[in-house]
Design a protein. Sequence first.
Length: 256
Amino acid sequence: MTPYRDYIVKLKSEVIENYSVEEKIWQGATSTVYKCINKYGKGKHGSIVAIKVLHPYRKDPLQIKMFIREGRIQQKLSHENIVRTFSVGKTEDFYFILMEYIRGSNLKVFSQNGIPPFRQLLEMFRDLAYTLSYMHGRKILHNDIKPENIMFDQAAKSLKLTDFGYASTFQKWFNRKFPAGGTEKYMAPERKTGISDTRSDIYSFGMVLDEFLPQNERDEIISSIIHKAIQREPHKRYASFSEMISDMKYYFYNKP
Ligand SMILES: Nc1ncnc2c1ncn2[C@@H]1O[C@H](COP(=O)(O)OP(=O)(O)OP(=O)(O)O)[C@@H](O)[C@H]1O
Ligand SMILES: [Mg+2]
């Protein structure tokens, strides 16, 4: 097992696809995200990228498998509201996911400095609903929608979905080879029994809306959208994001 300090020293001296570590953005339980810079000028992805590194002492084959899977799934998705993944790879010492660097912060941090006006917020969430509809159209579930996994891109003034660590294709989830994971508060109740489908993502998304759209500014349309999304029983929820989007559009139609 490599002591953590040694690993950081090693990482700092390492050049990954021409990028070298500039600063740590965030440290998690299984991985760390770094801001990296291309010291040789502009690389093919621009001069700054973000690199997520699996902690090298995480030698568990299942964890490695999940990490590579996460990168590959994210790499397959090409959407302006999904953090772009350029490559998934391995150096001598660790596995990494190389991504576009988002100037901004995740929604949890972002909201600590006050939230945008209701309508702007709702427009951003509507775009995110389209993004999830795109993903589901490609038969991919996110399975871990929560504020920490949604980034606010300051330059684009839009939300970008990230962290595909628990993502799965429609059929493959919960053959019990992968741990259930996720955060309790946003997790659809049925996921604990081993079932997960498009409606489970709708539940988590609904929980995020419920947290971020101030109660006192909601009209009946918005209240009923949230109410329907966070029903405990899946069959009472929206069946798809396109259904949910139609109702969201109805709000904008009524409030031009
Ligand atoms: N491409 C990026 N650009 C800028 N910041 C990022 C990027 N990717 C992630 N981050 C920051 O790092 C945080 C954690 O990233 P992520 O959610 O992918 O890790 P995680 O899978 O939750 O980590 P772990 O499972 O190890 O706890 C994000 O909330 C965000 O603040
Ligand atoms: Mg995360």
